[in-house]
Write a protein that binds this ligand. Structure first.
Ligand SMILES: *Cc1c(COP(=O)(O)O)cnc(C)c1O
Length: 421
């Protein structure tokens, strides 16, 4: 459920008509709902009630500091995958004790940042990384708390670009090698082994792959404990999917996910961490765009929008479907017609939808891309020298720009022309 609903025939974000925001900030822009972000965080938090747990929002999904602050105020931790994200989380007011550092390519510099600023744990993904972290920690006179990310070799049954838990993926260490890798970790002076980490992919619409992975983690917990490792924290990753089309059958709810975690892992007495990103932010954001032209082609009509693939790359990159709805609710029974919905970027891949059934639209009309809150703004670029579009947040009757659109001068003046030119 989200808080982008038609009221009196016009799309609202909570209590604010979206067109009003469009008039104030110009299109295109991203728009987030505080109430939806809060609701989604609470669903996860409540799903794990009774277990010692922390919900660490995977901030790569949407990392504006206003979003981080909204979640952190409710008690959320953060899962970060770079030094930049670590510093951004700190800037938003998240204490180091609630920040988990994931990712396969942490540099010594990033490790140092986190060790000095405070960190809940590092999720280690390889033996070379382990050795570097130990050396950095020893140099700083610290001990780094770690889990090792294991690759359980399960098929997450999701898009190939966001599956991470098969043996051919670059993530984690093969679970079959876990015991020797943990023995290695245990022998390094700068590390303290505290748990196990797993993350098998994103946009999972079935609990079964999670269950298979968590069973393997449960067995591994017991095996490692028998070898003397004090396994007391399990980081179960993120990945729960969301419905992208309103007509889709719904993926499992956080409550069902939480119940499954309890069933598979509750008996171990471990602290549980989860790292949801998409489910918290995805349906908490929309992208609003304007029709620039309606162009009639051979046998098809194109809706040319002012938003493009540089603003929302998911359709081009993952063949993603986004529901696209007009800001003015179409009259009941109005005849729909097919459009190819495209942006102005000079690539055929800049196509949001082909032959999408829509009510008739004209130049100047506004549309909203639903489910654009996760992996939307964070993946945007300035390709074609198009300014990064603003991010706006609504909270009840209020809204605020949380990242402003840069001016053309700001963009162009970032380049430096060398002396010799
Ligand atoms: C991307 C990622 C997540 C979040 O995945 P979602 O599908 O957005 O929930 C969590 N943990 C790790 C390690 C990730 O890389």
């Amino acid at each position: 459920m989200d808080h982008f609903l038609y009221r009196d025939g016009v799309l609202h974000a909570e209590d604010v008509p979206v067109a009003e925001i469009a008039a104030a900030v110009g299109t295109p822009f991203y728009l987030y709902s505080t109430a939806t972000l809060e609701r989604h965080y609470r669903l996860f938090d409540e799903a794990l009630e009774g277990l010692d747990h922390l919900v660490c929002y995977a901030m790569k999904a949407a990392s504006n500091q206003a979003i981080l602050r909204t979640l952190a105020r409710l008690g959320a931790g953060m899962d970060v995958v770079s030094g930049g994200e670590y510093l951004r989380a700190k800037a938003a007011g998240v204490p180091g004790s609630k920040i988990v550092f994931s990712g396969i390519g942490k540099t010594a510099h990033e490790m140092e940042l986190a060790l000095l600023g405070g960190i809940r744990q590092f999720n280690i993904e390889s033996e070379p990384e382990m050795e570097v972290l130990s050396a950095v920690a020893v140099k700083l006179g610290k001990v780094a708390p770690i889990t090792v990310r294991v690759n359980p070799d399960v098929d997450a049954k999701t898009h190939a670009k966001i599956a991470t838990g098969k043996s051919e993926n670059k993530f984690g260490i093969p679970i079959s090698r876990a015991q020797s890798v943990y023995a290695h970790a245990g022998s390094l002076p700068g590390l303290e082994v505290i748990g196990i980490d797993v993350h098998i992919g994103s946009q999972l619409t079935d609990l079964e792959p999670f269950r298979q992975a968590y069973r393997k983690v449960s067995d591994l917990t017991e095996a490692l404990r028998a070898e003397g490792h004090d396994i007391r924290r399990l980081d179960l990753g993120g990945g729960l999917g969301i419905p992208y089309a309103q007509t889709n059958e719904a993926p499992p709810l956080p409550s069902a996910y939480g119940a499954m975690i309890r069933e598979e892992l509750g008996h171990l007495g471990c602290e549980i961490e989860i790292e949801p990103g998409r489910l918290i932010a995805g349906n908490a954001g929309i992208m609003v765009s304007k029709v620039i032209y309606v162009k009639s082609g051979e046998g098809r009509d194109f809706l040319i929008l002012d938003g493009a693939m540089n603003d929302l790359i998911r359709p081009a990159m993952y063949d993603a479907w986004h529901d696209i709805v007009p800001l003015v609710q179409p009259a009941a029974g109005v005849a729909q017609r097919p459009y190819d919905i495209v942006g102005p970027v000079c690539e055929s891949g800049d196509t949001f939808a082909k032959q999408r059934m829509m009510p008739p639209l004209n130049a100047g009309d506004l549309v909203a891309f639903r489910s654009a809150g996760a992996y939307g703004a964070v993946m945007s670029s300035e390709y074609n020298t198009r300014p990064m579009i603003p991010e706006v947040m609504v909270n009840g009757h209020e809204f605020a720009v949380i990242r402003a659109r840069p001016s053309f001068d700001e963009m162009i003046n970032r380049d430096t022309i060398p002396e010799w030119l």
